[in-house]
Design a protein. Sequence first.
Length: 158
Amino acid sequence: MLLEVSRQWLQQAADGDMAIETVDLYIQISERFDVFADAQGIHRMDDVTGQLTDSFMDAPGRDRHDNITLVPKDGTRRQRRSALASLFAHARALGMTQAVPLLDSPPIPRPPRSTGAELTDAEIEELQFHSERGMPATRHAALLALLLSEGVYASQDP
């Protein structure tokens, strides 16, 4: 299943719908989840439960410096959750599983946005240039729309 879903992720990256870095991260996380599930005696995706995915998201791991972290940071937990959600969504679409283990899993909280995170007018103009004319084939336009909708552009009128 992971091989088939990985192919879909790679195709999404080739189509520009997903960053190749995200694909690499999702594959790594999915491979780790496969080992984790196997160690718990789970060998079929239909047998994966919300409790197992929650345990995986909260499991110790290693940071980017290869140090052991007993309690993963929320960012790591969000990455794991995102990868598993994508893995199961794609596997369901391919007809490989019916499992929806993250259905009742609560979202992982994000810290409140720090003050001073607003962009300057010059930064806004540069982002708008790149999103509209500079690099329209990338996700810059979507990023700009998200930032505008989240109110990050405090200095601009809506």
